[in-house]
Each structure stands twice: as C-alpha cells, then as structure tokens.
Design a protein around this ligand. Structure first.
Ligand code: HEC
Ligand code: HEC
Length: 400
C-alpha cells in the first residue's frame, strides 16, 4: 500500500504546490472505506445507540482509542501553531459544541477567517467537510487546512517553522508515550518523516470520535412545545426536514450502510447582490471551489444537533438567533436593505426549490426553537472524554 507521505516534499521551494499534490494522493487512498456494518475495522467503542449506523473509517486510519487520546492532546495544544497562541480548541470550544460563539474567528496572526467556526458534532457522518467544499471528503484532508493553510492563516504552520513546531512537540515527555501507543508499528512516530502524517491522523481520530446522540430528542424527553415544533419542522409548510434530514439532521450524511453518496448543497437566499444572485466574496459557497455559476450561494446543510449552543448562525455568522434563522426561511430568503451586500435574497434566482415563503406565528417560531433546543446534548458538551487533557496549564488552550 502506498504511504501518504505528506512531508516528503517539504524542503522543496513550492510548498503550496507540493502540499496540494500530496493531499490529492491522500484523498485517493482514503476513499476506500469499510461499508459492512457488521465488520468493524477497528475495535473502537463508538458508544452509539443501536439505531445509529456506524460511521465510515478511512482504511489507512482506522479508529483506535490510542489515536483518539493522542489527537485529544494535540487538539488542545497551542504548541501546534507558529507562535504558540492557537490550538484547535481556540475556535472549537466543547461547551459550545466545539464552535466558538463568534461570527468569525481569527487565527495565529490575527487574520480573520471569512467563515463561521463550525461546530464539531458527528463530523464522522458528514459526506463532505466544511461549509461548502465538495472536494473535501475526509477529516484528514480537512485538517491540513487549519494547520498549514495560508488563506486565511489559522495555525500558521509552513515550510519555515514546521520543524521547530515539531521539536516543541518532541520536547513534551507525554507525547513520547502517546505517539508510541498510537502508532505501535513505527519505530519513531514523532521523529521520522511520518511525524506530521501521524499528527493529522490522530487529530482526525479525535474529531471523528466526537459523537452526540444523547439529547432530549434522543431520549424521548421532549416538552410539549418541542413536540409541536417537531411537527412543524417535518411539515410541508416549513420544509425543514428535506435538507435537515435523518438522524443527523442533514442531507449530507454518510455511514457504513450508505451505498451511494450524493453530495448536496443548497442556496437558502441569504444574499442577492445586485439582483443577480451573487453572494459576497469569498463566501460564494460551492461556487468558490467549482467556479460554476449555478453553484453560487450553495452551502452544505449543517447538522442541527446542538445548534442552540452554536450562535451566531450561517456560514458567515451573519444571523444572531435561531428565531431570525426561522424568520429568514419564513420570508423565503433574507432582505438586506443597507450595505454592505445589500440585496433581496427572497428574489435570489438560484434559490433552492424548497426555499419559499410560508406563514408562521410567533408562537410557532418559539415551538420550532424549542424543538431545536431539544437537540442539545448536555452529556456531549460536558463529557470529560472530550475535554482538555492537559493538567499543566502552560500549553493548553489559554484563549477563553
Ligand atoms: C481560527 C479558527 C479555527 C481554528 C484554529 C481551527 N478551526 Fe476548524 N474550522 C474553523 C472554521 C471557520 C471552519 C469552517 C471552514 C470553512 O467552511 O471553510 C472550520 C471547520 C472545521 C471542520 C469541518 C467540520 C465539518 O462539519 O465539516 C473540522 C473537522 C475542523 N474545523 C477541525 C479543526 C481542527 C482539528 C483544528 C486544529 C488543527 C481546527 N479545526 C482549527 C475555524 C477554526
Ligand atoms: C433547501 C434546503 C434547506 C431547507 C428547506 C432548510 N434548511 Fe436550514 N440550512 C440549509 C443550509 C444550506 C444552511 C446553511 C446556509 C448558509 O449558511 O448559507 C442551513 C442553515 C440552517 C441553520 C443554521 C445552522 C448553523 O449552524 O449556523 C438552522 C438553525 C437551520 N438551517 C434550520 C432550518 C429550519 C428550522 C428549517 C425549516 C424552516 C430549515 N433550516 C430549512 C438548508 C436548508
């Protein structure tokens, strides 16, 4: 089997180019996944309710408890950034279902990310990663972006500093045993040329293990208002269930029972600049990646699990409350009267067919909100398994 040698080309000058080529190699390889629900390729304890199908695992990175635990340490470690200021948990806080409460966060150098930090909830079941990238099929591939991307800069790792960052990880005594346990077949998993590949695999394993299926909804413990909201959510009047479908409340779900993956993206009429359907740069959705005019404004329907904890909303954090999200749907899109990006989203010519105005009362809006709140999983946001493992405060996420 061909190894995914992420760092083989690091010393060459064209860092970005080399990285891209190697990344596509990874994607090719990790597309082979195990589909047989019965045959577990790892003994990882997913701890899922019986009716939830197991998620896929990449063949070259099967889940293990040891990789999950190593990934957890790395996720909360600010040493994994160019200047020691940023960890994954800077933008992904457990108490907010691993979102951050900001419209848009800033990376290690202060550069603002154009998109809203996503919640990390049941990511293992998503058939594509991020708000709108049809070519990101694995968490491993996605994680390269916050670590090494330069537009925007998040962790800020690059050709010039990655060796120094690796040295700071090598200097941590806990990592020697964590890496050895996670990669038992390698003689020196934190030192040889697979070190960065291992970091990425461990981080992906931790993210893949962040599952949430223990809300009031799951336990059948919903209030009367939440039950009324659920009926509205599943009604042909509101149409929510078409896109926020199934056990993870998104039509972007894949699992080991999925035989055919359709990658779906939708335009919900948030913008309509100049009346031509345009969304503001660089947040043009699937269009940003494919360049196709008909993909303008199309985004992946996010899972709605724990959504009550992840305000502000939508791909750019431009909607403050769940009530306002619902009001935009009821209007059939969002009217933005004042600049920047003014335009009548209700008239967006590229809007999805299910996005059409509908009548709704204030009480009904509150019922839908109660339903969405019933998808909050308190055990998930307080689970010590997902929390910061570092007892020594010096290197953990210091950003509140
Ligand atoms: C500066 C803030 C920031 C940091 C630091 C950051 N992220 Fe993110 N994360 C985001 C944003 C913003 C998105 C959405 C990106 C997009 O749509 O292009 C995202 C998306 C993701 C996704 C996709 C989730 C999904 O459902 O598709 C994963 C997985 C993820 N981040 C994991 C990580 C990991 C692991 C790290 C640490 C290596 C990390 N992030 C560091 C802001 C951040
Ligand atoms: C046509 C498909 C579609 C329909 C119908 C739909 N949604 Fe969405 N939903 C999406 C997409 C796509 C996004 C992300 C859009 C963006 O950010 O540009 C989204 C975003 C959201 C968000 C914000 C989530 C977050 O993490 O920021 C909420 C809440 C939500 N929808 C609830 C609902 C409710 C309630 C209904 C029914 C009234 C509904 N949706 C109907 C596709 C849909």
């Amino acid at each position: 089997m061909r190894k995914c040698q992420l760092w083989a080309g690091l010393c060459r000058p064209a860092f970005g180019v080399v990285l891209l080529i190697l990344l596509s190699g990874c994607l090719e390889q990790s597309q082979t996944t195990v589909d047989d629900q019965g045959a577990r390729i790892s003994s990882f304890d997913w701890g899922l309710p019986e009716h939830i199908p197991l998620p896929r695992e990449p063949e070259d990175n099967p889940m293990t408890e040891e990789k999950f635990q190593l990934g957890r340490h790395l996720f909360y470690d600010t040493r994994l950034s160019s200047n020691g200021t940023i960890s994954c948990s800077s933008c992904h806080h457990q108490d907010k279902a691993f979102s951050d409460g900001l419209a848009q966060a800033s990376g290690a150098t202060g550069e603002r990310h154009p998109r809203n930090s996503q919640a990390l909830v049941n990511v293992a079941w998503n058939n594509t990663l991020t708000w709108a990238n049809p070519s990101l099929g694995t968490i491993e591939k996605q994680i390269m972006i916050p670590l090494f991307g330069d537009d925007p800069i998040e962790h800020g790792l690059n050709e010039g500093n990655h060796e120094q960052v690796l040295r700071s990880l090598q200097a941590e005594p806990e990592y020697a045993s964590l890496f050895a346990a996670a990669f038992p077949d390698q003689a020196d998993p934190l030192f040889d040329d697979l070190a960065w590949d291992n970091v990425v695999k461990a981080l992906a394993s931790f993210v893949r293990g962040l599952s949430s299926f223990d809300s009031d909804f799951d336990r059948g413990a919903m209030s009367a208002a939440a039950l009324r909201g659920e009926r509205l959510f599943n009604s042909e009047r509101l149409e929510c269930f078409h896109c926020h479908a199934g056990y993870n409340f998104t039509d972007a779900t894949t699992d080991r029972l999925t035989t055919y993956n359709t990658l779906l993206f939708h335009n919900t009429g948030l913008y309509n600049i100049d009346g031509l359907g345009a969304y503001p740069e660089p947040n043009t959705g699937r269009h940003e990646v494919t360049g196709r005019a008909d993909h303008m404004g199309q985004f992946r329907a996010p899972s709605l699990r724990n959504v009550a904890l992840t305000a502000p909303y939508n791909h750019d954090g431009s909607v403050d409350t769940l009530e306002d999200v619902i009001r935009n749907y009821a209007a059939g899109g969002r009217l933005r009267v004042s600049p920047p990006n003014a335009g009548d989203g209700r008239m967006n010519p590229l809007k999805d067919g299910f996005i059409a105005s509908f009548p709704i009362t204030e009480d009904e809006i509150q019922d839908v909100v109660a339903f969405l709140e019933s998808l909050t999983d308190q055990a998930f946001v307080t689970n010590p398994r997902f929390a910061n493992p570092w007892t020594d405060n010096s290197n953990k996420d210091l950003i509140p």
